[in-house]
Design a protein around this ligand. Sequence first.
Ligand SMILES: [Zn+2]
Length: 131
Amino acid sequence: MKFRWKRVVFRIRVKGPKKLLGHLRVKDYRENKEAARGRALARLSHFNQFYNLKVGKVFIRNQKSRWGSCSSKGNLNFNYKIAMLPSELSDYIIVHELCHLAQMNHSKNFWSLVEQQIPNYKNLRAELKKY
Ligand SMILES: [Zn+2]
């Protein structure tokens, strides 16, 4: 007499957790978005006392691969994840985008503007790649 083991696979479909995870992600984004906005605005006004540039609107976005960007209209975009960075790194990002309002490129002049407020920007750029 042979015994044959049958493998029984239970498939349980749970819709809840997936939904919840999505919900949490959105919540996480929303919470950090406001923290990121607060940090960006505070530091922009701090550094712009020095640069005195015309800043348009400031947007906080959920971007996968960018920390920030600057539009030709003078608007600045920052990734909400700047809220989770050490402040010296988010300061570098904020100054970087702020300086694009004066120089829409990565020329020598651009970097010398950045350097005036972030003297160790080269180290910070390298550090940021770890994140
Ligand atoms: Zn740039």
